[in-house]
Design a protein around this ligand. Structure first.
Ligand SMILES: NC(=O)c1ccc[n+]([C@@H]2O[C@H](COP(=O)([O-])OP(=O)(O)OC[C@H]3O[C@@H](n4cnc5c(N)ncnc54)[C@H](OP(=O)(O)O)[C@@H]3O)[C@@H](O)[C@H]2O)c1
Length: 261
């Protein structure tokens, strides 16, 4: 693997991929729409945008693989759909660049708009003729951690959390390692889903969080209506046969508490 471009290399997952690649001594390029993004030293940053196509040609120069992580759940029509089309058009077919795309486990099983957009992006990649690998993963621990933080701020002394949600989250360091590994292999099209080691209710995850951080609060569950909560009540994000991750929620919380991540 020579030069690897990470779209979304400033994001949660992308920055971990960048960190791991640099630790392996790889040459890393990042496309970012920010003027002065904070990135690990050693990574080359190309200013631009998937939506306008600016900066793509330079960022793709001498690239053997692209790990495509850029996304915007609130603007997926532009960033995810138009942006992926622009990325594919900018890839020189003579270079045989391997495109690795991070998708979500459960895509294809629900009409939830962001998931439908990710499914459309998968189709665009599959129809493009560019050699590709798609990895669908479950939610990252950080996603549930952020949900809990919002719930604790919103309902300070009387927290009501949505009932009935289940997760099988995965640590994004394991997702990053998997994406790097598949990027150096031959294009493999659609891979089996990659899920975390445990299936947990949101209530259990919430209770464990309070325990690890020694937080005492009055809290209960309630039938809070929200399409996103319904998505995680539906079970489309649960993959018992694909529990490939090893890092548990408890491991993640302990690392957070020790400020190691
Ligand atoms: N979070 C989860 O639980 C989860 C689970 C499974 C799969 N995934 C997938 O993993 C991927 C990464 O998720 P994440 O949570 O790490 O995302 P994130 O932290 O929100 O990062 C999004 C990235 O997209 C980039 N971006 C946005 N608009 C752009 C544009 N116009 N041009 C170029 N780059 C642009 C941003 O870069 P700049 O701001 O530097 O431009 C940023 O680095 C997404 O595809 C997501 O669907 C996430």
């Amino acid at each position: 693997m020579n030069n690897i471009l990470i779209t979304g290399g400033t994001g949660l997952l992308g920055s971990e991929i960048v960190r791991q690649l640099l630790a392996q001594g790889k040459r890393v390029a990042i496309l970012s729409s920010q003027i002065k993004p904070k990135v690990a030293s050693g990574a080359r940053v190309f200013h631009g945008s998937l939506v306008s196509g600016e900066g793509l040609a330079d960022a793709l120069k001498d690239t053997t693989a692209v790990i495509h992580c850029a996304s915007n759940p609130r603007g997926f029509q532009d960033t995810d759909i138009t942006g992926t089309k622009n990325l594919l058009e900018a890839i020189d077919p003579k270079q045989a660049t391997h495109l690795v795309y991070i998708s979500i486990a459960g895509v294809g099983k629900t009409a939830y708009p962001y998931y439908a957009a990710k499914e459309r992006v998968e189709e665009i990649i599959q129809e493009s003729g560019v050699p590709y690998t798609i990895l669908r993963t479950t939610q990252f621990y950080q996603f549930v951690y952020n949900l809990i933080n919002v719930a604790l701020v919103d309902g300070y002394n009387d927290v009501v959390i949505p009932e009935g949600m289940r997760f099988q989250p995965v640590d994004l360091s394991e997702v990053a390692a998997k994406l790097i590994s598949v990027a150096s292999d031959a294009p493999a099209q659609l891979l089996p889903e990659f899920a975390g080691p445990e299936i947990m209710t949101y209530e259990n995850m919430f209770a464990r969080y309070l325990e690890v951080f020694n937080i005492t609060r009055n809290w209960k569950t309630g039938p809070i209506e929200n399409p996103r909560f319904d998505l995680f009540r539906s079970g489309v994000n649960i993959f018992p046969a694909n529990a490939h991750g090893k890092i548990t929620w408890q491991d993640f919380l302990q690392k957070k508490k020790a400020r190691l991540i």
